[in-house]
Design a binder for this molecule. Structure first.
Ligand code: NDX
Length: 255
């Protein structure tokens, strides 16, 4: 397979545009899953959360992993392949094989799941294709400030994201689907601590790889889960009279 810069440009622009569309839609009303699901819906229209998250996130891991394996000759040597494997695939390995198996979330709407799977195939292909066939780095990229600061941001964001998701999970016993006030970690400062971590993580990946597809995905993430954090925050203020007044929605001390 050869690198097609126009394909990368088209797919990245489409990803950015989808992010902008979701920003407009989600500012008015959040995506209807989790605490923003109005009605539970018919049992056949929902899937247990563990199964749904596994199926939804799997393509984000599988598609780039397959592209890497099918590369002829298969090798991890170019820096692009190693960054893809060490950062993007590592995140989705965790999300698919660890997060999904421990989540205690509500059953997930099938319709959103189908869109989620399509999205993960699309994004997995774009990120994998670019990093394997197009990305080129100078020999000293390891010492470049963009690389080092990006990797640090990525690890920092991933740490916050995983820790915050664990804190949320610990709010429930198995089988419990009620909502409580999240406490501890970055939740002391913001309602969307897991989302803040995820956003920082993908901007770190974009900085370390200095690539258009990665920046488009970071922007998409901000547009999709930024408003979700805002709606979570409003939900908590509505539901809990004792909700900490100094807590912000997404960015500590600011918003
Ligand atoms: N999945 C990313 N629309 C999305 C699914 C939906 O990974 O095209 C984007 C992802 C997809 C979306 C995905 C892409 C765009 C789609 C959209 C659907 C429509 C949209 C396809 C792929 C689309 C059209 C067609 C219109 C253009 O019961 P529960 O489930 O609420 O329980 C929750 C629990 N919890 C609590 N428990 C007790 N007390 C409390 N107070 C609690 N608060 C929450 O914690 C969950 O079990 C768990 C986490 O809940 P929540 O709501 O905080 O996070 P959630 O949104 O479920 O995300 C989970 C993790 C998190 O780390 C987040 O950062 C990451 O996944 N994520 C999520 C969404 C997108 C994304 C990352 C990204 O863009 N990078």
């Amino acid at each position: 397979m050869q690198c097609s810069p126009s394909l990368v440009l088209a797919l990245s622009s489409l990803l950015g545009a989808l992010g902008f569309l979701l920003l407009c839609l989600n500012l008015r009303a959040p995506s209807r899953y989790g605490k923003h699901q109005e009605k539970p819906g018919k049992p056949w229209a929902r899937l247990p959360a563990r199964c749904a998250w596994f199926l939804q996130e799997l393509p984000s891991f599988l598609v780039p992993a397959l592209l890497l394996a099918l590369r002829s000759p298969p090798r991890l040597e170019p820096l692009g392949c190693r960054l893809l494997c060490g950062m993007f695939c590592a995140h989705y390995f965790h999300r698919t094989f660890i997060y999904s198996f421990f989540t205690r979330g509500r059953p997930f709407p099938l319709q959103i799941l189908l869109f989620g799977i399509l999205f993960c195939i699309y994004n997995g292909f774009l990120q994998g294709y670019y990093m394997i066939y197009c990305a080129q780095y100078p020999k000293d990229w390891f010492t470049d400030f963009r690389f080092t600061s990006g990797v640090l941001l990525f690890l920092f964001g991933m740490g916050i994201n995983i820790h915050s998701d664990i804190l949320l999970r610990q709010l429930r016993k198995p089988g419990d689907h009620t909502y409580k006030i999240p406490q501890g970690g970055l939740f002391t400062y913001v309602s969307g601590a897991n989302f803040f971590g995820e956003i920082v993580e993908w901007f770190g990946y974009a900085t370390a790889t200095w690539s258009l597809p990665a920046f488009a995905f970071a922007l998409f993430t901000l547009c999709f889960i930024g408003p979700r954090a805002y709606h979570h925050h409003r939900y908590y203020l509505r539901m809990f009279t004792d909700y900490p007044k100094s807590r912000k929605a997404l960015i500590p001390f600011i918003f």
